[in-house]
Design a protein around this ligand. Structure first.
Ligand code: SF4
Ligand code: SF4
Length: 167
């Protein structure tokens, strides 16, 4: 499915492409407090993720076209880097028992509400399964990029990254 789509053919990275650059988090990484997932495999001049992190847990360095690298030992999964990324390429995922959670950036109206049933989507925007909204944060400092958390069945954790837009 999504694993066979590439950045070139779909505009979004495949699981294989993420793995090749060390950006595919494992389900073990996602246990407990969860883990930061950066899916940024194009060598573009960009580093707001690095400057947004108060822990120094993300390094782009020099040249600025380097891919971002996470130091998981430093990351507190605070989520401050999620709204800072102009590419909407950062999420936080966690798993517990049969449930997965993803915290993702959201810039569309209308917003969902906490408790809403939504459709989870993969990197290509294809619907995967139902999910439930469990939190929404949209402070002024986010500059209009909200951060939403949705819960959904764990078997979709590697593919689900966001929710379908609502009309
Ligand atoms: S989640 Fe917080 S601590 Fe982790 S990399 Fe992002 S800003 Fe830094
Ligand atoms: S801010 Fe986003 S797009 Fe820019 S380097 Fe970081 S992860 Fe990639």
């Amino acid at each position: 499915m999504s694993a066979q789509q590439s950045l070139k053919t779909s505009g979004a990275p495949s699981l294989e492409e993420l793995k090749a650059v060390g950006q595919l988090a494992s389900e073990k990484d996602m246990e407990g407090r969860g883990c930061l997932c950066i899916e940024c495999i194009e060598e573009i001049p960009c580093n707001p993720c690095q400057t947004a992190c108060p822990q120094g847990a993300i390094t782009v360095g020099f040249p600025i076209t380097n891919l971002p690298v996470i130091d998981r030992a430093k990351c507190t999964v605070c989520g401050l880097c999620i709204p800072a990324c102009p590419g909407l390429a950062i999420t936080i995922k966690s798993v517990k028992d049969d449930t997965a959670r993803v915290r993702f950036p959201w810039e569309y109206l209308p917003f969902p509400a906490i408790g809403d049933t939504v459709r989870m989507v993969d990197r290509q925007g294809r619907e995967l399964c139902d999910g439930t909204i469990s939190s929404i944060t949209n402070p002024v400092r986010n500059n209009r990029t909200a951060v939403i958390t949705a819960e959904f069945p764990r078997k979709f954790v590697q593919d689900a990254i966001s929710i379908a837009r609502r009309s």
